[in-house]
Ligand binder design. Structure first.
Ligand code: NOJ
Ligand code: NOJ
Length: 618
């Protein structure tokens, strides 16, 4: 900065001055070329770790993210709900930015999660806490070993990823896929959050069971955008509405006065990249520098950035000699001892990303405000910083924007320095010499690069409604139990009622393409009480071979008091015949059958590829 501000004195008016962008470009030329090659490596690195086709994910089901291909020291060949959701959120943002080829994979992820929600696991079942199970085997069977569970950020992050894709589908005229396929899955995750947000959780590092800043923040975000999505679909999420202000209120309680306490338990300082990750994952490009939602440019988030990054300056040898105001290697938290405690690529990228986001926000808003809370942050990059508001027309504004941009780049340069020449990103790099450590090809490391890269390029994610934040007068704890039932429609090929503008028959009456399978929607009228669920069971494997444990759940997402309809859509090969019945399962698992005789059904072919069967309980 001193260089920039003294330039006019050195050169005087006789020379045309290089623009700040020119200076920056010269300083970062080698960074720019690394970033663009690493961008290709990182996207491929993500794709390699996703089943079924990923070259390093053999054995993983379609749409399933393997945390890392590493099968020992450490064994990360599992699928984590958190890692997967963050990875797919990044892929949805790439889709929105124009990479259309990612869409089938995104749909496979969502289908896989619909299935995964129903897998009973050590944290519980679909409607009894199981959504916060942290990880599963890559073939979607439960992981039954000891682990830090539950981890309550998972359902919220998954909802956020699916909602991001939902917005895209709605904007592109495919609301039916959102209604029929995605909403039932999202609704379960939202219900999980409204029910459990006020209970302790293992943190994102899977170590401490207390309240976690990151978890609370991403839960708040999910409820806000979940409710907006419901409204857009003509549905509602009353429990989102009732719990949202309380979650936001609770979020404020983590502030210590100079940084966000990442975990309320665990006996640590609480300085933790948990909070930097929070600011980038609640970033809303339409928001102001609001500190209640911890926006990247807010005074609290910037003060926190300094405290957390400074906590690593003196403890890692590779950070020795790096001046304040220049980026360093960033780990999880200073007390970390996992692999002796090292910097992580994803946290180093996050430290850069927060600053790129902040620059975006300041430019959009047209001013920078420095408060007594954020002053120490600003002084590191601009020594004459003083409390005040600086409009975009001022030189102070321009100088700070340039300084923060350079500061952000310096974190990327640190990551560059410790990335091997093939671009591979493991989980950690050694605190003493920077060599890669722990899990190789960590999917989340690659995704974290992609999001930081886009933030630098001003390719920002969609707004999620942070501006609606409104704190209640006082905080109270809370819980609201909401709708929960298995989401079984994953028929992307034909997700909704065919529209008349897209006729499926030719004028001669034959099908344009003859469907070989039909998506049959079963609607069953049955008034139920809270805790009761309706299933379909029948004589073929797809209907559980009359085994009630394998019956297919219907969804109550269309259920109202005046029209108590349960429904599910199931694909069958054309010509299949079977017998079936509906059953009711009570909360304690007891089963009530419909009366005899069995119902029967034959799947007739048709051009649209869909059929509807309306029944009522007997
Ligand atoms: C494995 C977890 O994934 C990691 O975050 C943690 O630090 C170690 N176990 C030690 O508890
Ligand atoms: C350990 C990390 O601490 C945790 O955040 C992550 O989910 C797992 N590894 C899998 O990558």
């Amino acid at each position: 900065m001193r260089f920039l501000s003294t330039l006019p004195l050195l050169l005087g008016a006789a020379f045309a001055l290089p623009s700040p962008e020119d200076i920056q470009e010269r300083a970062t030329g080698s960074l720019s070329s690394w970033l663009s090659s690493e961008n290709t490596v990182a996207l491929q690195g993500v794709l390699n770790n996703i089943g079924a086709g990923g070259s390093k994910a053999s054995g993983a089901s379609a749409g399933v993210v393997v945390a890392s291909p590493s099968k020992s020291n450490p064994d990360y060949f599992y699928t984590w709900t958190r890692d997967s959701a963050l990875v797919f959120k990044a892929l949805v943002d790439q889709l929105i930015a124009g990479n259309k080829s990612l869409e089938p994979l995104i749909q496979q992820y969502i289908s896989a999660q619909a299935n995964l929600q129903t897998v009973n696991n050590p944290s519980g079942g679909l409607c009894s806490g199981g959504l916060a199970e942290p990880k599963f085997e890559v073939n979607l069977t439960p992981f039954t070993g000891a682990w830090g569970r539950p981890q309550r950020d998972g359902p919220a992050l998954r909802a956020t990823a699916m909602i991001a894709y939902s917005r895209y589908l709605i904007a592109n005229g495919n609301t039916s896929a959102v209604n029929n396929i995605i909403w039932p899955i999202v609704q379960n995750d939202l219900s999980y959050v409204t029910q459990y947000w006020n209970q302790t959780t293992f943190d994102l590092w899977e170590e401490i069971n207390s309240s976690s800043f990151f978890t609370t923040a991403v839960q708040y975000r999910a409820l806000v955008e979940g409710n907006s999505l419901a409204t857009q679909l003509g549905k509602s999420c009353p429990n989102c509405v009732s719990q949202t202000p309380q979650v936001l209120c609770f979020l404020q309680s983590y502030w210590t006065g100079s940084y966000a306490l990442s975990n309320t338990g665990g006996g640590r300082s609480g300085k933790d990249a948990n909070s930097i990750l929070t600011s980038i994952h609640v970033f809303d490009p339409a928001a102001s520098c609001d500190s209640t939602t911890f926006q990247p440019c807010s005074d609290k988030a910037l003060a926190n950035h300094k405290v957390v990054t400074d906590s690593f300056r003196s403890i890692y040898s590779i950070n020795q000699g790096i001046a304040q105001g220049s980026g360093v290697a960033v780990g999880r938290y200073p007390e970390d001892s996992y692999y002796n405690g090292n910097p992580w690529y994803l946290n180093t990228f996050a430290a850069a990303e927060q600053l790129y986001d902040a620059v975006y926000q300041w430019k959009k808003i047209g001013s920078i405000s420095i408060t007594s809370i954020s002053l120490p942050f600003f002084k590191d990059v601009y020594s004459s910083a003083a409390v005040g508001t600086y409009a975009s027309s001022t030189t102070t504004f321009t100088s700070i924007i340039n300084a923060v941009q350079v500061y952000a780049d310096s974190y990327m340069s640190i990551a560059q320095k410790y990335t091997p020449s093939n671009g591979a990103l493991s989980e950690q790099y050694n605190r003493a010499d920077g060599t890669p450590l722990s899990a190789a090809d960590l999917t989340w490391s690659y995704a974290a690069f992609l999001t930081a890269y886009n933030a630098r390029a001003n390719v920002v994610p969609a707004s999620w409604g942070a501006s609606s934040a409104k704190l209640p007068n006082s905080c109270s704890s809370g819980s609201a139990t909401g709708p929960c039932s298995a989401a079984t429609n994953t028929n992307w090929g034909n997700p909704g009622t065919p529209t008349t503008s897209n006729p499926t028959t030719t004028t001669g009456g034959s099908c344009k393409t003859t469907p070989t399978s039909i998506a049959v929607t079963f609607n069953e009228q049955k008034t139920t009480s809270y805790g009761e669920n309706i299933y379909i069971v029948g004589s073929i494997p797809a209907l559980g071979n009359w085994n009630t444990a394998n019956a297919v759940a219907l969804s109550a997402s269309k259920y109202t008091a005046s029209n108590p309809v349960w429904s599910v859509t199931i694909n069958f090969a054309t010509g299949t015949s079977f017998e079936y019945k509906y059953i009711k399962k009570a909360q304690d698992g007891s089963v009530t059958w419909e009366s005899d005789p069995n119902r029967s059904y034959t799947v007739a072919g048709n051009c649209a590829g869909t059929a509807t069967e309306n029944d009522s309980w007997r």
